[in-house]
Design a protein around this ligand. Structure first.
Ligand code: DGT
Ligand code: CA
Ligand code: CA
Length: 579
């Protein structure tokens, strides 16, 4: 996992971007840009120069200070200065610098005047006419910005995981039948189950050649073959998704899987360990003094550097390597650990099936309980329940439970959290339920302090069990609400309520890193389908994937509990428990 000149160039460019945003001395900025230019054109790899004992200071535009940074980057893929700069800015703000017409000065102004931290926020500000009011901008520049940022978002598009799943399955089936190919598997961010993927990375085991390229050219989903080398082909599918294909030999399969599954940061960390053991590790295998010692399986690669196999979902260099070293990797939650689902709708609000049909679907999905949580009255578009209709449903569930076998329906509601943090139904009726799921569906653009206070207030109501889809993002529609999630997680711990990981393909919310924060704070997460039809229960696996990325074990997930224990935990969130 060699650090290439391109990796160093990327670090220097990021430092220059951030220094510009900080309005640092232009000479300092230029020093990094010049160094980046030198390195990107340099014919030899810095890693090789280092191995030959050469000094980076001898290169043009590289002084003592930058030479030291190159050494740091070769050792760990980043350097202290970049880490420090990144910590002082919101993540993603540098994306704004790459939008034409927006220099660092203007990005700086927009950040300070309007709090804009991402291209998506910039686009909505432009569309709402808020930018023309900022000194130095006007209606014309606002319109130009709107066009430029829309183009930028289009080009830098990432694909929601579930949106590419069907394509992946079709593609793999086609590729497995290719001439000279014995297997085809996905690597990259798709295998790590990131909630979005930039492109697909597929490994083909076997031999490349003319027959293979002819075969690829015949697949009607492939729009265009971008680049074709002896072991590498990039194609674009009809809908614009790029797929990188690499042909590998069976003996190198494990090493290639590790390399192309990534993440880049994980690979760099592995390489550092290998170096300390005088081993060389790359996409073909692991070598000692030029002799291959591992590479046919992923386990052999990890074992060669003294580590157990690390599940792909953890490979982000977020502490998994240290945990592996100490034999302390988490025992990640699996779909089979889920005993029930605590968020589902019926045709009483905006679902498609009735209580009995949903109960049957839950049983078929291997679940032993299902909470019915229809919408509350203020969500009129979803035909939300008022007190009277909720009371009717409570009675209907009690009656149905008498007849059901192998599955129990729990009585719940997905109650709207009103803008001031009150709940949309009176405490008296909420207290009759097994659980209350609270959700924000309106006023999604409140400023951070207000939005956070709204949710904390809702959690403090006498009946509040679970905060649904906490960030409120919908892929391709809207970004997350501006919230202090650490504060919310801490508060959930103090209140004794829970956070939902909503498994709907367009939500996947709680995010992976927030699952990890919840775990660290001792707050249990609920993996919910938010099903509006029995078929939607299959989405639970998507939620489990994100939970795994967030290091959750079965014990961190509330709905792995058997019904009786679950009932106790839920009852403690309800006022009826205090009587
Ligand atoms: P994506 O496509 O943006 O969702 O993310 P990935 O992780 O799939 O990234 P991608 O497609 O650029 O590359 C796939 C894997 O290949 C990546 O996770 C690690 C490995 N890889 C690619 N380029 C480099 C590189 O320049 N250095 C190192 N160390 N690894 C790389
Ligand atoms: Ca990829
Ligand atoms: Ca790729």
């Amino acid at each position: 996992m060699t650090i290439r000149n391109a990796d160093i160039v990327r670090v220097f460019e990021q430092i220059a971007d951030l220094l510009e945003l900080q309005q640092a001395n232009t000479f300092r900025v230029r020093a990094y840009r010049n160094a980046a230019r030198t390195l990107s054109a340099w014919p030899q790899e810095m890693a090789d120069l280092q191995a030959q004992g050469q000094h980076f200071e001898d290169l043009p535009a590289i002084g003592k200070d930058l030479a030291g940074k190159i050494g740091e980057i070769l050792a760990r893929g980043s350097c202290d200065q970049l880490d420090r700069l990144q910590a002082s800015f919101p993540r993603g703000i540098t994306d704004l610098l790459h939008i034409s017409g927006l220099g660092p000065k203007r990005v700086h102004t927009l950040y300070h005047e309007l709090g804009i931290r991402s291209p998506a926020q910039l686009l909505s500000a432009a569309r709402e006419g808020r930018i023309r009011a900022v000194p130095g901008f006007g209606a014309v520049s606002e319109r130009r910005i709107a066009e430029a940022v829309a183009g930028h978002l289009e080009r830098s598009r990432r694909w929601p995981l579930a949106q590419v799943t069907a394509q992946v399955d079709d593609l793999l089936t086609y590729l497995r039948a290719a001439p000279g190919i014995s297997n085809a598997v996905v690597a990259g961010s798709y295998r790590r189950r990131r909630d979005t993927v930039g492109d697909l990375d597929i490994l083909l085991v076997g031999r490349s050649g003319k027959a293979l390229s002819r075969y690829l050219g015949m697949f009607d989903r492939i729009e265009e073959v971008l680049a074709q080398g002896s072991t590498r082909v990039s194609v674009v599918l009809r809908d614009g998704l790029q797929v990188d294909l690499r042909v590998v030999r069976a003996a190198s399969f494990g090493a290639a899987m590790v390399y192309f599954t990534g993440s880049r940061a994980h690979n760099i960390a592995l390489r550092r360990i290998a170096q300390a053991r005088k081993l060389k590790i790359n996409e073909y295998g692991v070598y000692r003094d030029g002799k291959r010692i591992a590479g046919d399986t992923e386990s052999s690669v990890y074992a060669s550097i003294g580590l157990p196999y690390i599940p792909p979902e953890l490979r982000e260099d977020h502490g998994e390597i240290e945990a592996a070293r100490k034999q302390a990797l988490p025992h990640l939650v699996e779909r089979a650990d889920l005993r029930g689902d605590l968020h589902a709708h019926t045709n009483a609000s905006d679902g498609k099936q009735n209580l009995a049909e949903m109960a049957q679907a839950a049983r078929s999905a291997g679940l032993t309980y299902l909470a019915i949580t229809d919408h509350s009255r203020s969500l009129t578009v979803a035909h939300g329940l008022d007190q009277r209709r909720l009371e009717e449903q409570i009675q209907a569930i009690d009656e149905l439970n008498e007849k059901l076998d192998g599955v129990v329906l729990l009585k719940g509601i997905e109650v709207d959290i009103l803008p001031d943090g009150r709940l949309d139904l009176p405490d008296a009726v909420l207290a009759r339920l097994d659980l209350v799921v609270g959700a924000v569906h309106s006023h999604l653009d409140l400023p951070r302090a207000k939005q956070t206070a709204r949710i904390l207030h809702a959690m403090d109501r006498p009946n509040f069990s679970i905060l649904a889809h906490p960030n409120g993002r919908l892929f391709n529609t809207r970004g997350p609400c501006d919230l202090d999630m650490e504060r919310i997680i801490r508060h959930a711990g103090e209140r004794g309520c829970f956070l939902e990981l909503n498994s709907q393909p367009e939500r996947l919310d709680l995010f992976d890193v927030q699952c990890r924060q919840a775990r660290d704070a001792g707050v249990a997460v609920v993996i919910s389908s938010d099903a509006h039809h029995g078929n939607d229960l299959r989405w639970l696996t998507l939620g489990v994937d994100q939970a795994r990325r967030g290091w959750l074990e079965a014990s961190n997930v509330l709905n792995t509990l058997p019904l009786e224990q679950l009932r106790k935990r839920l009852a403690a969130t309800m006022s009826s428990a205090h009587h």
